[in-house]
Design a protein around this ligand. Sequence first.
Ligand SMILES: Nc1nc2c(ncn2[C@@H]2O[C@H](COP(=O)(O)OP(=O)(O)OP(=O)(O)O)[C@@H](O)[C@H]2O)c(=O)[nH]1
Ligand SMILES: [Mg+2]
Length: 291
Amino acid sequence: MRSGLCSIVGRTNVGKSTLLNALVGAKVAIATPVPQTTRHALRGVLHRDDAQVVFVDTPGLHKPRTLLGSRLNDLARDQLGGVDVVVFVVDGAAGVGQGDRFIARLLGRGPPVLAVCNKIDRLGRARQLPQLERLAGLGDWDEIVPVSAATGDGVDLLAGLIVDRLPEGAAYYPAGQVSDQPRELLVAEVIREKAITRARQEVPHSIAVVVDEIAPGERDDVLVVSATIYVERDSQKGIVVGAGGASLRDVGAEARPELECALGSRVWLDLRVKLAKEWQGDPKKLQRLGY
Ligand SMILES: Nc1nc2c(ncn2[C@@H]2O[C@H](COP(=O)(O)OP(=O)(O)OP(=O)(O)O)[C@@H](O)[C@H]2O)c(=O)[nH]1
Ligand SMILES: [Mg+2]
């Protein structure tokens, strides 16, 4: 049996988390159209008869404008070494560009790199080739693999190429475990996904979610999940709550079915919105919010 670690890196919004979920075959990481969605180096595990691959999702590398941003970049950079394989993802639909070139320069001295051109479902064959050529020009890649994390096209092929590069070894995680996330973080991430998908402009970046408690309800078959959605500015509170609490109710309604599935129980969701002024630049607040 082969086993090992594979980190997934690239610019923000290129589809790293969607690809992680496709490779693992389960929703481990949240993914949204909003850049800088991922804020943790979380693990997702692919179990095969012949191999176990431990994937590490990473925040998208970007030009940081806040303390949070530079911490996320550091977190992503830390995952470039100490793994068996690196998957470097670019967005073929948006086009391979300067940001990708910058990241490509950080790669190449460490573990073998598989360069992945994602979102090929949005490219015809004719438009795919130039992007693959540009990607080839960025570095000395072990392989270049066109995929669509959204449709699953090319994902099995990619998994095979990753497994080929892993050493012989025992499994890291027991059968059936697809993630290393504690229950509280998983719940907070699902709520954050729903909250940031609904928000606009700068608001998504200002949102952080902390689960205060997961406790048995009065009835045996219900779990009470209490969570706080933090925003950075007073004006954002109203936006997240919505008129008469409508937006917050919608976030709850969207999150609940997913949480019930993940927790294997009916869920009573108790959401509140609080202000953590300018938390993205405040070391103490970042720590309190789990970053
Ligand atoms: N059409 C298409 N869209 C995709 C594909 N993969 C991801 N997306 C979309 O691209 C957006 C970003 O996806 P994510 O997986 O969150 O991207 P990410 O690289 O993890 O982003 P950060 O965590 O912010 O760095 C989402 O709207 C996805 O649905 C794909 O193969 N095809
Ligand atoms: Mg992500």
